[in-house]
Each structure stands twice: as C-alpha cells, then as structure tokens.
Design a protein around this ligand. Structure first.
Ligand SMILES: NC(=O)c1ccc[n+]([C@@H]2O[C@H](COP(=O)([O-])OP(=O)(O)OC[C@H]3O[C@@H](n4cnc5c(N)ncnc54)[C@H](O)[C@@H]3O)[C@@H](O)[C@H]2O)c1
Length: 328
C-alpha cells in the first residue's frame, strides 16, 4: 500500500532527495514548504515521478497552517526538515529560534494532535561543537554547541524527548554533518558542492574552511531519513550519521582530479563542529544503510551537474560571483 509522507522543508536539499526516493518507490510525498520553487526537485526527478508529489505552501512558524495541512494530508509519518542554516541563525538569533525551535514545536504539536505514527526530524552534528580530540563522537558525547543553530537543534532534541514522555509521540532525530551532492547550495558546508559545480564550468573556487569534516552523500542521508520513518521503533531516539571523514584538502584534490585541472583551493578556520561522527547506533537499530564512497559521490554529483549544464537547466545562482569573475 502506498504511504503518504508529510515532509516539511522538502523544497530544500535533503528534502528533494527524500521526495525523489519516495516517489520512485510509489509512495506519495507531500511537500510542506514556504517556497513554491521546485527547481531542486526538477533537477533530480523524472517528470512522471514529480507528478506523484503533492504541494502545500506554508510556513512552519504558523501553527494553524501546519496542523491544517497535516490533517488534510492524511499522512501518518512526518519528516521535518524545514529550518534555517547556521549563517541565518547567527545573523538573526531571534528569527532563527522562531523558525528552528518554535517551528519545530509547531510540527510536533500538529503531529501529536493527529496522533501521528512518528516524526523523523533533522537535528545536526552542530549539537557537538568542536571536539578536543579527533576521535569519532557517538551519541553519549557531551553536547556543547558553538553556534545558536547548534543550540536550537539541541533544544529540539529535548522537546522531542518531552513529547514522547508526555504524549507517547515517537520520534527519531538525525544528526547529519557535511551533506554534499546536487542541490546542496545553502549553508557554510555547502562550499565543497559549490566547488564541484564551479569545476564543471572550468572555474576556480575557494572553499572557505579547512580542517577535516564528515562528508555524507545526500542520497545516503535521504535514505537514512526514510528508513527511520519506516522503522517500527517506539521511543524518542537520536542518531548520528556518518559518511567519510577526510580533510578539506582531500576533497579539493578529488574534485581537481575529476575536473582534470587545479581549480579548487581552500582556507580559513575549521568549522566549529566535531570532525567525525560514529554511526554504530543507527546501524544497530535500523540495519544496513547505504554508504556511498566519497569519490563515487563526487563523481555522481559532477556528472549530474554536467548533464544539467548541457541541458541549460543548472541553477548557478549559488556560484554567480565565481562565474562572473571568470567571464561566464
Ligand atoms: N545540509 C546539511 O549538511 C545539514 C547538516 C545537518 C543538519 N541539516 C538540517 O537538515 C535540514 C535540511 O537541510 P537542507 O540542507 O536540505 O536545507 P535547505 O536550506 O536546503 O532547505 C531548507 C528548506 O526549508 C524551507 N524553510 C525554511 N524556513 C521555513 C519555514 N519557516 N517554513 C517552511 N519552510 C521553510 C526552505 O524553503 C527550504 O526549502 C535542516 O533542518 C538543516 O538544519 C542539514
């Protein structure tokens, strides 16, 4: 039986890949997003799959619209991704809290009102802050976020636990780190993906951070959200996600090799988040999840960017400055 999934923020990067995977397997994704711009979905989906998708334009800060849309959808599984990224929360902490914290409460309130089966929501590795050593952190590690964004995500994790304790609402919070792939165009850690896009135009790009980080291919991240939404796992759970932890220097080298030119440089401070996450807990609880090797993920991403470029369908607004600087 086809299932309906209510997905907030699904016009964004991770959401677009979740919608694609659900539609391809015959389920019905309902996109709840304040944006009606479906360019990310169109960039990765076949038109016949896109036809399966239902859309509601709405803001998660408006409790009434969230509840009305969820009721109307008849969905039992909620995937909550809508939110603002690190720079937006740093620039406007009050506005950031309204969307990331109050908006998340609105989604949980709506979910418990309709007695939803489960909420799977995007937390973040930013709950950890920069660790003292380089070892992979698991879910027992202390959370000392170094950004308002990380604090908001940690707050959501606490609220999710309270919704289970008070109302028995099941939830799983997932903590991705540096997600990359087609449609990753917002936030500090989107630079490696922007570098891949610049490279297929033969244009240099400077990644504005250094150090190591945990690179996670977006299709794998999407698969983890879907597997959690489908898993019969009562309670309020939190899971780290892990891909491949490498230095920024190494991903720059992979992109340069793929482009067959020295186009990508990097510099600046490391991002203030633990560099590697241990994902043993989700693998124990949910089972096998895809783990695309970094070289394969970069290759797939640049291949798709090149196809979209050749079709004159590639959105380049995120690398506008670099393209203009080099006369493209
Ligand atoms: N991309 C990553 O590397 C990463 C890492 C850790 C956590 N996360 C979290 O995962 C989630 C999805 O990330 P993403 O990269 O797809 O983000 P994104 O910025 O690409 O997409 C976010 C989506 O949320 C929508 N949105 C924002 N405010 C809204 C509001 N008030 N009401 C309704 N919709 C709203 C936007 O229109 C957008 O479509 C976010 O919560 C993010 O914090 C992402």
């Amino acid at each position: 039986m086809a299932e309906t999934y209510f997905i907030t923020g699904a016009q964004g990067c991770i959401g677009s890949w979740i919608v694609k995977a659900l539609a391809e397997r015959g389920d019905t994704p309902l996109v709840f997003d304040r944006s009606d711009d479906d360019r990310r979905l169109s960039a990765i989906m076949e038109p016949e799959d896109l036809d399966r998708v239902r859309f509601v334009v709405g803001d998660i800060t408006d409790a009434g619209s969230v509840l009305a849309a969820l009721k109307e959808s008849s969905a039992r599984r909620v995937i909550h991704l809508a939110g603002l990224q690190v720079p937006a929360c740093q620039a406007d902490p009050v506005g950031g809290a309204l969307v990331n914290v109050v908006g998340t409460l609105n989604v949980f309130e709506a979910a418990r009102t309709i007695a939803a089966e489960k909420v799977v929501y995007a937390s973040s590795a930013a709950v950890f802050g920069l660790s003292e050593d380089d070892s992979a952190v698991d879910e027992t590690a202390a959370c000392e976020p170094a950004s308002h964004y990380g604090v908001f995500k940690r707050t959501n994790e606490g609220n999710a636990r309270v919704y289970f304790l008070t109302h028995g609402l099941n939830s799983i919070g997932l903590r991705p780190l540096t997600v990359y792939g087609v449609n990753r165009d917002t936030g500090v850690t989107s630079d490696p993906t922007k570098a891949m896009k610049a490279a297929i135009f033969d244009v240099p790009f400077h990644i504005r951070f250094s150090g190591s980080t945990d690179f996670q291919y977006v299709a794998d991240t999407a698969a983890a959200f879907i597997a959690c939404a489908d898993a019969p796992l009562p309670g309020a759970h939190l899971f780290n996600l892990h891909g491949e932890t490498v230095e920024v220097r190494q991903i720059a080298e992979i992109i340069n090799r793929e482009a067959d030119r020295e186009l990508i440089t990097f510099g600046g401070d490391p991002i203030p988040v633990a560099t590697e996450l241990n994902d043993a807990a989700i693998r124990r609880a949910i089972g096998n999840l895809p783990a695309t090797p970094l070289e394969v993920g970069v290759h797939e991403t640049m291949k798709r960017f090149a196809e979209l470029r050749d079709d004159v369908r590639l959105d380049t607004s995120d690398i506008e400055v670099e393209l203009r600087l080099h006369g493209r």
